[in-house]
Write a protein of this length. Structure first.
Length: 382
DNA sequence: CCCAGACCTCTAGA
DNA sequence: ATCTAGAGGTCTG
């Protein structure tokens, strides 16, 4: 039997359901029969199969499967970092956002946090996100691992793989293969990005190379370097900065956030500020070429309004906005996903307590390859 | 610099 | 069942 280890949480600071399914991470699998999530994750230079669940709002529990038994305290530390548990979400809401922003006074964070994900994996995942929906992005990320990563083990009929490195994508994948796997026009971007990465990173591992940018470059320079990869525009670059580089003040502006800016914040263009930006970016050729100045001003407005953790505030509004458009109740924010699992739809009562009110069953394929229905049932139905 | 279109597929909803 | 709009954008002309 799986032995779980407990990580205590300040009540309400983290909702595993909301964080893992809001469209920030794409490689967690929900097992409805056991009410837990599983994925693979790299701790240092070693990949592990990880299982997590949240019995209540005071803790999460984890278990590491397969391979050598890693040090539990070591894994716990990595997970505390992955979930950024040192960041006091509720305090930020009360003392930073709600006091400066009247639109935030009525908001609840619902345990939606920003993650500290692997930068390379985040980069490739968000390249897949362009003009795409969450369920397909999820499928593509799993497919990438199953086809080009390394197999780590198998549990409950699910095969687990590492996320492929730039070398592995360059050597094992091709635009043609990726297209046949359903990546569409993103196939060329992924191959181009992998090739450029192999070239740029020299002897460093992918993520270590990307993280090293933070040592000597500004945000604007880092974004410019991300945008030098094919398939990476300002929105994808900002997402990688925020969710993969721990750059908490970055606000990625997508269609939803742009709508919020106009609808709820009455955002209007300022011509002189655009000119300032054009000057500021004049020595950043890639940014100057790819950036949309109106969207970039929205990013800056939110950063000034929300402060050092502006990206976290964006995450909360985004999760709520997408929850609305995906047919969930305005109270909850769990959206339907393409997982053959049961997604719990949560609502919050006036005390901010979570209640499960509704469940629905949907479909999922782990490898991205067509799977037999009977096999899927065997794997997930209890 | 700004503005359209095009771009691959697939999923959700009608 | 079928069918169609639209999906956390980016690139090109």
């Amino acid at each position: 039997m799986i032995k779980f280890h407990r990580i205590p949480i300040t009540p309400g600071e983290l909702s595993l359901d909301n964080v893992l399914q809001c469209g920030q991470a794409f490689r967690w699998i929900y097992h409805k029969d056991k009410s837990h999530y599983s994925t693979t994750m790299r701790f240092g230079n070693q990949y592990h199969i990880l299982v997590m669940k949240q019995p209540d709002n005071t803790c999460v529990e984890f278990s590491v499967m397969g391979t050598a038994n890693p040090d539990t305290a070591h894994v716990a530390d990595h997970l505390k970092n992955y979930f950024r548990l040192e960041v006091p979400l509720d305090k930020l809401l009360r003392t930073e956002w709600a006091v400066r922003d009247s639109n935030f006074k009525m908001k609840l964070h619902r345990g939606v946090r920003l993650l500290s994900q692997d930068p390379w994996e985040t980069l490739i995942s968000y390249i897949c996100s362009s003009n795409n929906n969450i369920s397909r992005i999820t499928k593509m990320c799993h497919s990438l691992c199953a086809q080009f990563g390394n197999k780590l083990g198998e549990h409950d009929g699910v095969e687990y793989y590492s996320f492929p490195t730039s070398d592995e994508i360059k050597e094992r994948a091709s635009e043609e293969k990726l297209r046949s796997l359903g990546f569409g026009y993103r196939a060329k971007f992924i191959m181009g990005t992998a090739r450029k990465m192999v070239e740029d990173r020299r002897n460093l591992p992918d993520s270590q190379y990307l993280e090293s940018w933070k040592d000597h470059l500004t945000y604007e320079q880092i974004r410019d370097k991300f945008m030098a990869f094919p398939g990476v525009g300002p929105k994808v670059a900002d997402c990688v900065c925020l969710s993969g580089m721990q750059m908490d003040d970055v606000v990625p502006v997508d269609v939803h956030i742009a709508r919020i800016a106009q609808r709820d914040y009455k955002f209007t263009l300022n011509k002189s500020k655009i000119e300032e930006l054009q000057i500021q970016y004049s020595d950043l050729p890639v940014t100057r070429k790819k950036v949309n100045y109106e969207l970039d001003l929205i990013r800056i407005m939110f950063k000034e309004k929300w402060g050092d953790f502006a990206g976290w505030a964006q995450g909360i509004l985004f999760a709520q906005e997408v929850g609305k458009t995906s047919g969930a109740t305005s109270e909850g924010m769990i959206k339907k996903r393409s997982l053959e699992v049961e997604i719990k739809v949560e609502v919050t009562d006036t005390l901010g307590q979570y209640q499960t009110v509704e469940e629905e069953s949907i479909e999922y394929s782990v490898t991205g390859r067509p799977k037999r229905k009977s096999a899927k049932r065997d794997s997930y139905e209890s």
